[in-house]
Design a protein. Structure first.
Length: 274
């Protein structure tokens, strides 16, 4: 015996299947989990049609927005508000209160626009400032590395052991700075401020600091006699063996080296024009 999915009255439903039917909209529909009746399908199609109609209506209502930004939409709303206000007040002369109200609205609108423009300008300014800072830092780093190359090349360059340059570059970036376009030593880094990097290296060599960078350097004391002898020879600036002739030779041949030797011996380099 076959049964239908929908009956007009409960009496029409075969007695043994009455429990399987539920009253809906004045008729009795088969109600089995997972089984869809034609009424279920019809309701679903109706819901889909309603949703499509609503979507079409919404799309039609807001199609005028197009590619407008939120700021442009707000400007259009402001213009609409202003026109509406003018139409409402046009038939009669505006009272003082109406004039004041309109002025406040116009002022508020202009304030909002200025605030948006200010935020955009601040964001753009911060972006430029960051880019400039990064560019300047990279440029200064290149200048310091060039100063290292200059100090390690040329006829008066100090000789360093192989591989020392890898340590010297980060050391230079830490103790050197760019000042008025010149690469000089910073304050508070253990050297006289304002020294070119060649003199910083010469000072390190003369005093024995970072001795592992220089061939055969075992360090040098204040008098430059023991440690400096292996690399610089006897320090002619030392008080116990000061030799003006040798000082003159060193000053003429390598002023940076002479200055470092003088400082290592505790002598003011300025006394010798250094």
């Amino acid at each position: 015996m076959s049964i239908k999915a929908i009956y007009s009255t409960i009496e029409e439903v075969p007695e043994q299947y009455v429990d399987l039917f539920t009253e809906r909209n004045g008729q009795y529909e088969l109600n089995i989990e997972g089984v869809k009746t034609s009424a279920d399908v019809e309701r679903l199609q109706t819901a889909i049609s309603n949703e499509r109609a609503s979507h079409k209506d919404t799309k039609s209502r807001y199609s005028w927005v197009g590619e407008l930004t939120s700021s442009e939409v707000q400007s259009l709303r402001d213009a609409q508000e202003d026109l509406q206000h003018q139409l409402e007040t046009r038939p009669a002369a505006m009272t003082d209160e109406q004039v004041e109200e309109r002025a406040e609205k116009l002022a508020g609108r202009q304030t909002r626009q200025l605030e948006r423009s200010l935020v955009e300008l601040q964001t753009e300014r911060d972006s430029y400032a960051t880019a400039i800072s990064l560019h300047e830092a990279a440029a200064n780093q290149r200048k310091i590395r060039d100063a290292v190359d200059d100090a390690l090349s040329g006829s008066n360059a100090l000789s360093v052991v192989e591989g020392a340059r890898e340590d010297i570059i980060p050391f230079a970036e830490r103790v050197m700075t760019v000042q008025d376009g010149r690469i000089v030593s910073k304050e508070g880094v253990g050297f006289e401020p304002g020294l070119p990097f060649g003199e910083v290296l010469a000072d390190l060599k003369a005093t024995g600091k970072r001795g592992h960078w220089f061939p055969g350097n075992t360090g040098a004391g204040a008098n430059g006699s023991a440690g400096a002898g292996a690399n610089l020879g006897t320090n002619p600036f030392a008080s116990d063996n000061m030799n003006l002739t040798e000082i003159g030779k060193v000053v003429n041949a390598d002023p940076a080296k002479a200055k470092a030797l003088a400082k290592a011996a505790g002598v003011d380099p300025a006394k010798f024009g250094l």
